[in-house]
Design a protein. Structure first.
Length: 182
């Protein structure tokens, strides 16, 4: 896995010394061979070693507990990968060849994140436990669906962490604008 280039939990991310500079990330995205991935992860672990939202309890704390509903009731807004039109075929292939366990879930758009994690009060409380990790991932090892995306864990390059209450601004918008959509 690549080393990390950005970290930070304030309003924006703070650049630190590392092998991937922001300008390099923007160039990678502009090449069309990479895309941005957002991922809700445990705050107190190192990138690449962080449990995601379903394993660290963020979904229970931010969605099910607050909305007083369960996974069954939210399956249209939060579909499994085989029910996500953009992922179903890829997920079936990965399941059949046994490599699906090497893939992590996240979001290809900020709007996907906000559709999943939409209750602001829950996000403020969740900042004690989770961050919104931002990664650059090769298109070859990632698949974007209608509601979520997946990427191979060994190919994810961590750029920065943002607070769960992050509001879309130039910090991420510049990255999204730089990627070539296909």
């Amino acid at each position: 896995m690549a080393q990390f280039g950005y970290v930070g939990l304030d309003a924006g991310a703070t650049q630190v010394e590392g092998p991937l500079k922001r300008s390099e990330a923007l160039a990678m995205l502009a090449s069309g061979e990479y895309r941005v991935m957002l991922r809700v992860e445990s705050k107190n672990n190192e990138p690449g070693n962080r449990p995601g939202a379903y394993r660290n309890g963020a979904v229970d704390r931010c969605i099910y507990g607050i909305t007083d509903t369960d996974e069954f009731d939210l399956r249209i807004a939060h579909p499994s990968p085989k029910r996500d039109a953009g992922l179903a075929g890829h997920w079936d292939y990965l399941r059949n060849d046994g490599t699906y366990m090497n893939y992590l879930f996240g979001f290809s758009k900020f709007s996907q994140y906000k559709n999943w994690f939409f209750i602001e009060d829950g996000l403020k409380d969740e900042e004690a436990y989770s961050v919104l990790g931002v990664y650059i991932v090769p298109r070859e090892f990632s698949h974007a669906g209608q509601f979520q995306m997946i990427a191979h864990r060994d190919e994810m390059i961590h750029l920065m962490d943002l607070p769960m209450t992050y509001k879309l601004d130039e910090t991420l918008q510049e990255l999204f604008d730089a990627q070539v959509t296909a």
